[in-house]
Design a protein around this ligand. Structure first.
Ligand code: LMR
Length: 394
């Protein structure tokens, strides 16, 4: 059988990660994969996570299976963080997943079971794993314009024009906050217009929220998602804890389904549970348990919120510093968008050749589409990046 296997296209983000690791230069800078790094380049275990792990070691008496949809207490806690109290319990189904990717995959499998003819609409550009999973599942895909290459902001008129082509039963994939790869985000009034359009079309919104707390704060970053859930009868939401709890390798995520009524909640929950059983039976528990402990314990939650806020404001500071450094070097405001973008990423708008020049000559690694991970910088390397960007003629 193995002779029938075909080579797979390489994942650009993972490939760049390998390339960076293999680069012997000591002063190399990694702005590639979306992993938070502190000023020393370390991805720390968050303080509250360390403390929760300590407590868990003391109190955990068994590693026996939890539920097929994970521990319901985790689902309650994380859905509370994402949705607040916008969705009544009797309209909310959820199942724990191995990370945000697991949640996205499972959501799309659910779509395939319910409406195999649906087209999944994704932003152009989007996180490359979105189209990859959609195609892997043999679902139809369409793109809507999202990023304006000139302003480096959202091309909202283009987005609405393209979404006018959405058909009943289609699914519109939106980034809850901190758009990956661009860093350009919808305003709340724009979310409202998108909600109206999706409602009019009879489509289902599918929100990928992987960076809550990295943009404008935990509540503000969830505002678009909550608005959609308030305005529309149904929604799918894939939440990741990898970044905001820093539990990347624990694979911690949740798929939520907001259903029109209690009856459809029941059947949706049964389908989510069934899908978990088919794919991996029980979702990983360790990360989910830590997240649940943190969210449910006042002291741990306060510690976690404080550290997340330090991370967020640190990244904002780096954005301002980089925009300033580029203003000083270019004598223009054309890089001001870097301070306006939110989250871990900004799309610089450099050509692939310029990106390569920055990597070859300066040892600074960003994704080929010129996505930069702002968290890969520190106050010293900002100037090196600004020099490299100007040197490459961006
Ligand atoms: C990224 O976009 O870099 C992260 O979400 C990591 C990944 O899995 O691609």
């Amino acid at each position: 059988m193995f002779e029938h296997l075909k080579p797979q296209p390489e994942d650009k983000i993972m490939a760049l990660m390998q390339q960076y690791r293999a680069d012997p230069r000591e002063n190399k800078i990694d702005l590639g994969v979306g992993v938070y790094k502190d000023a020393t380049g370390n991805t720390p275990v968050m303080r509250a996570v360390k403390e929760a792990e300590k407590q868990l070691w003391e109190i955990e008496t068994t590693k026996a299976y939890t539920g097929l949809a994970g521990d319901p207490a985790f689902g309650r806690a994380l859905s509370g963080l994402v949705l607040g109290d916008t969705v009544p319990d009797d309209r909310l189904a959820y199942a724990a997943q191995p990370g945000g990717t697991g949640a996205i995959h499972q959501a799309l499998e659910l779509v395939k079971m319910a409406t195999p003819e649906a087209t999944i609409w994704v932003s152009a550009p989007t996180w490359p794993n979105h189209p990859s999973i959609i195609r892997h599942l043999k679902l139809a895909i369409a793109e809507y314009r999202y990023f304006d290459d000139e302003t480096r902001g959202v091309d909202f008129a283009g987005m609405m024009e393209d979404l006018a082509g959405v058909k009943p039963g289609d699914v519109v994939l939106l980034h809850g906050c901190c758009h990956n790869p661009t860093g350009a985000n919808l305003t709340l009034p724009q979310w409202d217009e998108v909600a109206t359009l999706i409602g009019e079309k009879g489509a289902t919104p599918f929100i990928d929220i992987a960076y809550q707390g990295f943009g404008d704060g935990l509540e503000a970053d969830a505002a678009g998602t909550r608005l959609i859930c308030e305005r529309l009868p149904g929604a799918l939401i894939a939440a990741s804890c990898s970044k905001n709890f820093g539990v990347y390798r624990e694979r911690t995520g949740l798929l939520m389904a907001v259903t029109p009524d209690a009856k459809s909640r029941g059947v949706t929950q049964a389908n989510l549970t069934h899908l978990n059983r088919q794919n991996f039976s029980f979702p990983p528990d360790h990360g989910a348990r830590l997240v649940m402990m943190i969210l449910e314990n006042e002291a741990l939650r306060a510690e976690w919120t404080a550290e997340l806020e330090e991370i967020r404001t640190g990244m904002l500071g780096l954005r301002t510093q980089l925009a300033e450094a580029l203003r000083a070097r270019s004598g223009s405001d054309r890089f001001g968008f870097i301070a306006q973008h939110r989250g871990m990423f900004s799309r610089l708008g450099a050509t692939p050749e310029q990106v390569e020049h920055i990597r070859e000559k300066h040892g600074i690694y960003m994704i080929g589409d010129s996505r930069m991970n702002i968290a890969g910088l520190n106050s010293k390397t900002v100037d090196l990046l600004a020099d490299a960007i100007i040197d490459a003629g961006v």
